[in-house]
Design a protein around this ligand. Sequence first.
Ligand SMILES: [Zn+2]
Length: 410
Amino acid sequence: MTEKEQAFAAIDASENAVVELETLLSAIPAFAPESGGVGELEKVEALEKWLRGHGLSRLERFDSPDARVPSGRRPNLVATIPGKRDDRRLWIMAHTDVVPEGERSMWKSDPFKVVYENGRLVGRGVEDNQQGLVGSTFAALALIGKGIVPPHTVRLLFVADEEVGSQHGIQFLLDKHADLFRPDDLFLVPDGGSPDGSEIEVAEKNICWLKILTKGKQTHAAMPDSGNNAFLAACDLALRIHGLEATAFTARDPLFFPDRSTINPTKKEANVPNVNTIPGDDVFYVDMRILPQYPIAMALDEISKLMREVEAKHGVSMKYEVVQSNESKATAADAPIVKALAQAVKEVYGVTAKPIGIGGGTVAAYLRKAGHDAVVWGRMDDSAHQPNEYALMENILGDAKVFATMMLRE
Ligand SMILES: [Zn+2]
């Protein structure tokens, strides 16, 4: 048997152990403090213990201090599988945090007790992001178990805080431990994909969320002329801002779906409690995902102009606050990571995978911004964040073979 055949055989034999690890991980909910959780420490400590017990012993921790959680720490864990050479290292990065279960009655089973039936694992986190975490772990264990030394060093990275902005996860590592990563390293983020595994995400739109505050003058609704309706002015602005899609950000890029910039008013805060009052204050939010060719500063300029027009028309004052802003860079469609992944996907799944762009919001954007080539990939139905979240065993094992193939590339 070739090394690859040995590794694949080991992966095929790991079904029970996959269920065991998924069950262990889902049983320890790792919610962010923003969601009322205690963070990832307990889950990561259990994972560390499990990894050591199964032969992955080169582990290092890089904890980000966070006073909001009882332990004061948000753990990031690196597992190293030394290669014959230490150049062009392959990183596979998964996150350990999960989102809360949401409406409990929508679940057919306990979200934190993994159910395994008919090749399907159900539970919070089993797909997002434990499919990637477990798949990359079993790929590494297959090599270690067979005594195979990969041509290039492999590093598995398990990060915290992905669901709420990555400040204590990959952003912390890029900021405080930038020397972990080298320019010729390859980065694979198995945290998103398509049911057939044919989509390799290489680019994201520039994402920006705004909070828009309007100050008018409250008055009785019978006497609207003696006030300035902040809600009405905000509605006018919301429509104009959405209109920028058709006036200022008109480019199309077939790499993305949808292929245009999207600019939408979304969340709305409550204003006055009664119907017969003209509101003097209004707060709403905008979600913008613009094609990478447009800088976020351009969008902010356009919105400022619209605000001045609406202020003049409605006699109100308006300002915005940036809730989130992330200007992304794309990974080249012919970068080594893209080629290696496409080849492995072809070999394992018989599928021709193509580079695509998405609306934004994955951790790969932070890596790309720091100058690293990163792709997001997986074979999954995308049940993340939903009730009855599930992962298919055949995808976990298949993805593990894709990862093992990449680990064994020359
Ligand atoms: Zn995720």
